[in-house]
Ligand binder design. Structure first.
Ligand code: MN
Length: 231
């Protein structure tokens, strides 16, 4: 291709146990998908799932066994952690039925939906978009992806986050309000999903602030853990 400027680098994530990488196309995120977190953010009941996005190059991929360094972002003094199960789409489609959704998922990973909570609160108050609160550089740390074929059943897996060794978030994947198949189905009615799309599926209760120097360790039973240091 004869581009007029240098083409941007393809964002990608490590694949567990290999040198191969998963190319990232888009990043979708689900809001308020665990009842206890929905309550802590001030809502109740089973509202329809809602989505927001981060740019593909917001991924901060951690190599297996390594601690990724996340620079403390500008413009905030209230950087929050949200530990999440990430689904990696391997087969695209629109109007995907819930029963067919598992066949579109290539793999799973542990991810963090890092959030400028103060800017998100301002955006909510003013009815403005969340981009600046959610879609900033390095806002999507992610551990290596485990292919579905090699992953244990994660439907009832534990999900947790420790900050400096102290447990901050702890839940189970089966506490999601909308399960993974339902999320894929809903998303695919709004967008034609494509290979390379990542879906951050929401966080359990216990979100909170991190400071420069903090070390975050996130895990989901059966998946490669995520280690991030805030610098
Ligand atoms: Mn989130």
């Amino acid at each position: 291709m004869n581009y007029v400027i240098t083409a941007p680098e393809q964002a990608s994530v490590a694949v567990a146990g290999t040198e191969q990488r998963f190319p990232v196309h888009r990043i979708y995120c689900v809001g308020r998908n665990y009842a206890d977190h929905a309550r802590e953010m001030g809502s109740s009941g089973r509202e329809a799932p809602f989505f927001f996005m981060k740019p593909a190059n917001a991924v901060l991929p951690a190599a297996a066994g390594q601690t990724a360094t996340m620079p403390y972002p500008t413009l905030t003094s209230d950087l929050h952690h949200e530990i999440e199960l990430v689904a990696a789409i391997g087969k695209g489609g629109s109007d995907i039925a819930v029963a067919d959704a598992p066949g579109h998922i290539w793999g799973y990973a542990v991810g963090l939906d890092m959030t400028r909570r103060d800017l998100q609160a301002d955006a909510k108050k003013l009815g403005r978009p969340w981009c600046i609160a959610k879609g900033f550089d390095a806002s999507a740390p992610i551990a290596p992806i485990t292919p579905v074929a090699q992953a244990a059943d994660i439907a009832h897996a534990e999900i947790w986050l420790k900050v400096n060794g102290q447990t901050r978030q702890s839940g189970r994947i089966d506490q999601m309000i909308w399960n993974l198949a339902e999320i894929v189905s809903h998303l695919s009615r709004a967008w034609r999903l494509l290979p390379g799309d990542l879906i951050y599926t929401g966080t359990p209760a216990g979100v909170g602030a991190v400071q420069r120097g903090d070390v975050l360790e996130g895990g989901i039973t059966g998946l490669t853990p995520l280690h991030v240091r805030v610098a």
